[in-house]
Design a protein around this ligand. Sequence first.
Ligand code: C5P
Length: 400
Amino acid sequence: MAHLFNRNVLLGVSGGIAAYKSAELVRQLQERGARVRVVMTRGAQEFITPLTLQALSGQPVHTELLDAEAEMGMGHIELARWADLLLLAPATADLLARLVVGRADDLLTTVALATPAPVLIAPAMNQQMWQDPATTANVQTLVERGYHMVGPAAGEQACGDVGPGRMEEPAVIAAAAGALFESGLLAGKRVVITAGPTREALDPVRYLSNNSSGKMGYALARAAAEAGAVTTLVSGPVDLEHPAHVTVVDVESAQDMLDACLAHTAGCDIFIACAAVADYRPKAMADDKIKKDADTLSIELVKNPDILATVAAADNPPFTVGFAAETSNVLDYARGKLERKGLDMIIANDVSNRDIGFNSDQNAVTILTPRGELPLAQAGKDTIARQIIEHIAAALESTA
Ligand code: C5P
């Protein structure tokens, strides 16, 4: 089943009798994993109330272009940027005509003009209106501009006519939406990803750790699953939702993480080490809680195993990708690591910039391989993750 998890779908509902099916469509999109927001035209609100779609989507429904309060929340440009897909269902003959001429006289047409996202249209209208040469020409223009169409279906219509013009069933529309994102770039591949920090126990209640949020590793796991890979995420303790369609193995210490990685990377195709593994652990864990009797306390630390280098050095290793979080000479240090650890690719990021990296939702990285380097501009971690997955798939293809 073509899924939509991790996708933002903006559903635009225009004024036709098929608008009552939008309620079921919201549910179908959610069942495939999408986050859904709804924009309604004035006409649509005559057929179904915003409250119904608000209750189903769990989000306020957007109806007005010139509404100061709504713009304070998520304004029209923000909505247009939020969308990974704009789905127009039902799309009336009037909406198609307004799209063709590029009108921006209500919220829906304005968002349609302002969004860089793909647009999928599910037309719904009387069969005579659908077959009118004006509508035919409008549809042709929209298709030529790259808009995607689903339906309409043919059959009995609300007005009593029989013919083409019924909106496709919600399940068919949701499937068509999912199919737009199915890259299949890593179909059949097995991917193992590490994420988050590790915890190195000092005593039964204390540990050494770091601030890694795990966000980048989780975004990579979502992107790998989205690309069709059988994905295992070996995760240190983080406060993130388990991604759908990903097997999550929860671990605490670096040694646990190494054991889990060795168990899961045998025979896998790609290993991505995104975890912020503690470099050292206490030489021994105290059996009882350490008391604060002494004024000073020394704890002897020993080096942790390098999980990434261990996997890269295995017999018949997977395509191995590391991360290099640096604060200076970022690319030089990253290239050094690429060579020293025997990697196929390393993702370098400058963590001295507080807008990106560790706890932020944004990142900006440079991809380095033995053959060259490629900077990726600052973007959300999901976007960066998808780009990294695309580059890994391309590199894998070229070495096949
Ligand atoms: O050597 P450094 O820790 O800077 O290398 C970072 C890369 O190595 C990251 O990909 C990280 O996940 C991985 N790593 C590891 N095991 C360690 C230390 C780092 O897998 N013990």
